[in-house]
Write a protein that binds this ligand. Structure first.
Ligand code: GLC
Ligand code: GLC
Length: 813
């Protein structure tokens, strides 16, 4: 069942009922000011850091699930309704929510009155603009009252929901005309305040939640709205809100529009006040002046759309597969931008107060983002590398505002180091900018320790070389990519964090997954070294990689698939010898995409085993058979009921690894089958089973052993976005940035027909690519023709500095 449809020309998903199985959200904001907005206008806003600088309040674990947002109440006679249906839930005569690229638009009609609400965060300003347009669709004159409503958060979201003995005394506001200033804690240590305003004189306002809602009432039935008159309340302590009252009259056919702005403003420390405790309103005045007219709003929206048009023109495909094109050209790249911006901080499943930026997460997010805005990827790389320790290990997380490593979680996740190599390599292959390797980058943010970035990569590489276990495989530490496989943890008490309990190192437990990563990114490190003329280091790296390759084939091979790990006793994890958890997905995907066992046949065997043992109709599950009891020597993975999360859920992040791997051995049909099974556009029709948004990936879909097989959770903030984009763009469509130019070597399914085209902007050039496949092969380039000239024995279009257009034909066969 569907709850909407894709509108590709407008790059929108159109939701046609507010009653989606779960809130279906969108993200507003590009760089500093961000909002989450659901299909019923729920959500919240923050500036840069969802924990420390939250503008509006949102209650996770609420009933109903998604209550709290930017709400507009329309009261006409005794009827009260909202353009997004929530919170009053009055039946609407029509409803539509369009989630687009950085904006959402709600259009609803009740009793012949149409309300169209547009919400977006402009490109270069720290505010959310809400333009609401009313049209009288009847032949009678209409009078109604509009009440706006937002609830302020007292900035630190964690403190805001725990420290009531203090917080109920601190709330302060100012109101001047139509503008409400929220200035809690501004008197002392903050130099920022929030502003909420509308571009018209108001007929009333409220800033006290209790006055607006009334005792024993909620946002579903505010007293002020019922009475039809604001109380003009000024809160002192308690719960600051912002609400405006506007009385509206509309002639038949007439349209009127109002522009609300919720903004974040800062003042220099010595210019905070114009009089004792009176805010200096200059930054607010300047901000609000920019959004006073519909023309200004139209121009800001047009600029936002133009920006997305430009970003999304960097990679496009046109094929017979409409759903594939839609995901590649629009939604997958859009989600890559969101994950790059948010890491794992704020979604409807990540509360914005927990994890900051993950080291491994951000490095992987960058793989799907680097082609969009390489300059931002470069800055991010420097931030990430600055949290590395001198021995090559790294803080597992860091805070976006301070960029400091997060001491609570510390280090010891032994896959982290090599992800740094992965993202620097991706950046250089994309841009050719090897100067990044000379950037002076500190360890643990201590500038006195700064060394060239290249040295950081060497330390990453050597961390693995210097931390091997009894089988010459990498030690796993606290965990590798799979945070729930905690082989040194041995936790017996509730409440102990699986991530941080137990020693951060163990001398025995080893990871075959990290071994696969080392082969893949160790080679890329060697290629980089060679490219910049460091042949000795390249040779050394290649010999380490080759030793690791041998170790995998010797002790990391179980006969029909790759072993997952060795535990702290030296017992195999993910082997026929195990009672539960005999085969895991990660080493099959990653070892093969790294090239391990491709020539000697293990690769094909491993992928056949994945198909036989792990596949299901909704995707490949993480392991089989699931753990049915708690294994103290394995940790969190066995704490989940069978079929959920890492315990045999369909973890969408690692499905693309297997799809990539299938292309490495040339099986385009199977690679695409795997891609399709978890791809949102392809499962839109089962939205009532899948439940999360049909335009973005979720972290997990419940596996075949789960009670709710096929149901997804944790949408939006997942490495799945980057990895599926890498999979589809580089492995399936086959367009790979290399150090020497763009390689084009597709591995495609029969569905792709005999011809498709792509455009790729790469460095200064636009590549117009036509792929011809009259022989319907799955892989293989018979001819590469560049600007009319045939190149032999290569898939790489050589990069020519300064050249701006390349016309490329790839003949498969
Ligand atoms: C979550 C984490 C990610 C980890 C994965 C598997 O998605 O954000 O870092 O790799 O789970 O445990
Ligand atoms: C939990 C989650 C896992 C995530 C980890 C990171 O273990 O199950 O997916 O990676 O937390 O904090």
């Amino acid at each position: 069942m569907k709850f909407g449809f894709f509108d590709d020309p407008n790059r929108e998903y159109v939701i046609t009922t507010p009653k989606t199985p779960l809130p279906w959200i969108n993200y507003l904001g590009s760089t500093a000011f961000f909002s989450l907005i659901s299909n019923t206008c729920g959500g919240y806003s923050f500036y840069k850091d969802a924990k420390l600088l939250r503008l509006t309040r949102y209650r996770y674990n609420n009933i109903p699930n998604d209550e709290g947002g930017r709400y507009y109440y329309i009261k006409e006679g005794d009827t009260v309704w909202n353009p997004g249906w929530m919170p009053v839930k009055t039946d609407l005569d029509s409803y539509e929510c369009r989630h687009g690229m950085g904006y959402s638009r709600f259009t609803s009609v009740k009793n012949g009155l149409e309300a169209s609400l547009l919400a977006f965060v402009p490109l270069n300003d720290n505010c959310e603009v809400n333009q609401i347009k009313f049209t009288n669709k009847t032949s009678e004159k209409k009078s109604f009252t509009l009440f706006s409503y937002i609830e302020f958060c007292l900035w630190n979201a964690m403190d805001d929901m725990t420290n009531y003995q203090r917080n109920l005394n601190t709330g302060e506001v100012e109101v001047i005309g139509s503008t409400i200033y929220h200035k809690t804690e501004y008197r002392e240590r903050r130099n920022h305040f929030a502003v909420y305003s509308v571009n018209t004189p108001v007929d009333g306002f409220d800033t006290s939640r209790d006055e607006f809602l009334g005792a024993y009432r909620g946002v579903t039935d505010p007293q002020v709205v019922e009475e039809g008159k604001s109380h003009d309340s000024i809160t002192s302590g308690w719960y600051p809100i912002g609400s405006h009252q506007i009385n509206v009259e509309l002639e038949p056919g007439e349209t009127k529009s109002f522009i609300f702005v919720l903004g974040y403003c800062e003042n220099p420390k010595d210019e905070k006040f114009t009089a004792p405790n009176v805010i200096n309103k200059k930054p607010a005045d300047e901000l609000l002046a920019k959004y006073q007219t519909d023309e200004q709003v139209d121009a800001a929206l047009a600029a936002l759309k133009a920006n997305w048009e430009d970003l999304l023109s960097k990679f496009t495909v046109k094929s017979d597969e409409e759903k594939l094109d839609r995901m590649v050209n629009i939604w997958n790249q859009y989600q890559c931008m969101v994950t790059f911006n948010m890491s794992r901080s704020a979604s409807y499943y990540e509360s914005g107060i927990g994890r900051g930026m993950g080291f491994r997460d951000s490095c992987q997010d960058l793989l799907g983002f680097v082609h969009l805005i390489p300059e931002r990827a470069r800055e991010r790389i420097i931030d990430i590398a600055s949290t590395q320790f001198p021995d090559g290990s790294a803080y597992h997380q860091y805070q976006p505002l301070t960029r400091k490593g997060n001491a609570d979680i510390g280090s010891g996740f032994n896959d982290d180091p090599m992800w740094l190599v992965a993202c620097v390599s991706a950046y250089i292959r994309e841009t050719g900018d090897t100067t990044i390797l000379d950037e002076m980058v500190p360890f643990d943010n201590d500038e006195s320790t700064a060394v060239p970035l290249l040295e950081h990569l060497k330390r990453s590489f050597d961390y693995i070389v210097n931390h091997k276990g009894p089988h010459k495989l990498p030690l796993i530490g606290r965990a590798d990519w799979n945070d729930c496989l905690n082989l040194n943890c041995f936790s017996e008490q509730p409440g102990e964090s699986f991530q941080t309990f137990g020693p951060s190192e163990g001398p025995v437990a080893e990871s075959v997954f990290i071994a696969g990563m080392f082969v893949k990114y160790g080679k890329e490190y060697a290629d980089l070294c060679e490219f910049i003329g460091k042949q000795d280091e390249a040779d050394r790296a290649r010999s380490e990689v080759s030793a690791m390759n041998d170790a995998i084939l010797k002790d990391g091979w179980d006969g029909d698939w790759f072993v997952r790990a060795y535990d702290a006793y030296g017992h195999k994890v993910g082997s026929k010898e195990c009672e539960e958890g005999q085969i895991y997905i990660e080493p099959q995907g990653f070892c093969v995409l790294a090239g391990v066992g491709v020539e000697s046949g293990e690769a094909k065997k491993a992928l056949d085993s994945v198909k036989e043992k792990l596949d299901s109709k909704y995707g490949i599950v993480l392991l089989q058979p699931p753990y049915t009891k708690y294994h103290v020597e394995l940790g969190e993975i066995s704490s989940y009921p069978p079929g959920y999360k890492e315990n045999a859920g369909i973890f969408c992040h690692n499905n693309p690894w297997v799809s990539c791997a299938e292309t490495v051995i040339g099986r385009g049909n199977r690679a695409f089958e795997i891609y399709r099974k978890t791809c949102p556009a392809y499962i839109e029709d089962i939205s009532e089973i899948h439940c999360t948004e049909p335009y973005v990936y979720s972290q997990m879909i419940a596996g075949k052993d789960a009670h709710f097989f096929g149901q997804a959770k944790n949408s939006w903030l997942t490495g799945t976005a980057a990895w599926t984009f890498v999979n589809v763009s580089q492995y399936i469509l086959g367009v790979v940035p290399t150090l020497k130019g763009l390689s084009i070597d597709p591995c495609i399914p029969a569905e792709m027909g005999t011809k498709f085209t792509m455009t790729r902007k790469y460095r200064e050039g636009v590549y117009n690519i036509t792929v011809e496949n009259d022989n319907k092969v799955e892989k293989g380039v018979a001819k590469l023709i560049v600007d009319g000239k045939e190149l032999t024995g290569t898939t790489v279009v050589p990069y020519e500095k300064g050249k701006t257009e390349y016309n490329v034909t790839v003949v498969m066969g």
